[in-house]
Design a protein around this ligand. Structure first.
Ligand code: ADP
Ligand code: MG
Length: 468
């Protein structure tokens, strides 16, 4: 065994004991080491889905396991292995639900998430803390909250006001919280059957059901519910899953049942879904939740402290510390939660009151620059059109006069460089063009900006306008 492989097995050992056997086999068993270079480690997984799941949920965990073996490592690059390598067929492990794990110090005292009473179909576990009572309403989420409440308060047989309700927002802005709140509220009356599923659960549930020949039973069960809540829809992948999702959605909506969905992007940006599903999703109420303002962050911190005090009555966080945290931890709700957990752990373990100085020290790594703004293709089209004095429909049209061709190419170039959208998706969003046309435009502008100063400045100025 080489030294590198040896190290890798120790890292895997750490990961395994940190996340537990089930989670480990579900998500990491097929992760391979590609190489270590200076400060970065290259790892690979066989599918895009695994990659995005691991990145979204375990990036920090993987990094810290490496750092425990090799402190100099500062980066993990996760790639999708090409299919060229011989693939050893492995039975997919049984799905395991992810749950939010409190910091280890607190695990013994924190309430464990529990499954709601819908195991027959295997709904995803719910976190008892994520209710309407603990959801703080602010400017960026008023509409989403109101819509969610409306849905939660509906009764069996009531006409459905907006269907589906589609909520989108970046990471940590409260989507899961709101969806679980709807589920708790709906199920507590026990009058309606509300089922909360993550997109993975939907996929695995369905795939597993197919394997055991009970697809029909699964469909029947799914169609027998009053409210279907699906979280993280952007992870839904695979043709057969999508077809099934589409049927389910149509069946439920047509039967007047409520569907609630959350994703990290608007329906129009869900590239892997086909047009009919996309338009069906966009046909209800689509609400975006924006970033958390300082006031909202302050409110969330307060609500977290109050929740912690239910178990740790002596835990107190002075107002000046709350203000400091609300001002400096701007990133997302998860970091706010993390900050309170750390203060709690620290004050419990050392038996010391929380002070500003302690807070500054404990949360210093959570204070990070604001995540770059999510730029949308529509924004790019709007800003480019304005800059070049053409209309947005000119950009999407098939007109080929010079005064629209160049702006259109610039807009496609910006779409490729400032968003994560694929070439085919960009083509589709520019009036249904082929991906080769987009590629041509991207290359063209790339070549031009390196020679043409005026154009290069124009492009920079457009980027600034879009990013501010
Ligand atoms: P998302 O699903 O959008 O990534 P979550 O719902 O998991 O985000 O939220 C991340 C953390 O922030 C959770 O601890 C959640 O309770 C908290 N949070 C986010 N928004 C709010 C809010 N408006 N009120 C209370 N807590 C919130
Ligand atoms: Mg979530």
């Amino acid at each position: 065994m080489t030294m590198e492989q040896d190290r890798w097995s120790r890292v895997k050992g750490r990961l395994r004991s940190s996340v537990g056997e089930d989670v480990y086999t579900s998500w990491f068993a097929r992760m391979d080491l590609e190489g270590v270079q200076d400060e970065s480690v290259r790892l690979s997984v066989p599918t895009r889905f695994l990659k995005s799941w691991i990145q979204a949920h375990y990036a920090e965990r993987v990094l810290s396991c490496w750092q425990a073996e090799m402190p100099e490592v500062h980066r993990i690059d996760l790639t999708v292995r090409s299919a060229v390598r011989p693939v050893v067929p492995k039975e997919a492990p049984a799905p395991v639900e992810m749950r939010r794990t409190p910091t280890p110090e607190l695990r013994s005292t924190a309430t464990a998430p529990v499954s709601a009473n819908h195991d027959a179909l295997g709904g995803s576990p719910l976190d008892p803390r994520l209710t309407f009572a603990s959801f703080v309403v602010g400017r960026s989420n008023t509409l989403a909250h109101a819509a969610a409440r409306q849905v939660a308060e509906g009764r069996r047989g009531d006409p459905v006001m907006f269907n589906p309700l589609y909520i989108h927002a970046g990471v940590g802005l409260g989507k899961t919280h709101l969806l679980q709140a709807v589920t708790w509220a709906g199920n507590s009356g026990n009058e309606r059957k509300v089922l909360y599923l993550t997109a993975e659960k939907f996929m695995y549930g369905f795939v597993a059901a197919l394997k055991t020949q009970t697809a029909l039973a699964f469909k029947e069960a799914l169609r027998g519910i009053d409210v279907l809540v699906i979280d993280d829809l952007q992870f839904l992948q695979g043709k057969s899953t999508q077809a099934e999702f589409c049927h389910t959605l149509n069946a439920l909506i047509d039967a007047g049942r409520q569907v609630v969905i959350a994703a990290d992007r608007p329906p129009s940006d869900l590239e892997s879904l086909d047009d009919r599903v996309r338009s069906r999703l966009a046909g209800g109420l689509v609400v975006e939740m924006g970033s958390l303002g300082e006031e909202l962050r302050h409110g969330i911190l307060k609500s977290r402290v109050a929740a912690a005090r239910a178990h740790h009555a002596t835990f107190e966080v002075p107002e000046e510390v709350l203000h400091y945290l609300a001002r400096t931890i701007t990133h997302n709700g998860r970091d706010l939660e993390g900050a309170i957990n750390r203060l709690l752990a620290h004050s419990k373990l050392n038996n010391r009151p929380v002070t500003l100085e302690m807070a500054e020290h404990e949360v210093r790594d959570l204070v990070r620059p604001q995540e770059p703004k999510r730029i949308k293709i529509e924004d790019i089209q709007r800003v480019v059109a304005r800059q070049y004095n053409v209309s947005r429909s000119d950009l999407l049209s098939s007109r080929r006069t010079a005064n629209v061709v160049r702006p259109r190419q610039v807009a496609m170039y910006l779409a490729k460089t400032l968003t994560l959208r694929s070439l085919p998706e960009i083509g589709r969003r520019f009036g249904g063009r082929d991906h080769t046309t987009v590629l041509h435009a991207v290359r063209k502008i790339e070549a031009l900006v390196s020679k043409d100063n005026a154009l290069s400045e124009e492009v920079e100025s457009l980027k600034r306008q879009l990013q501010e």
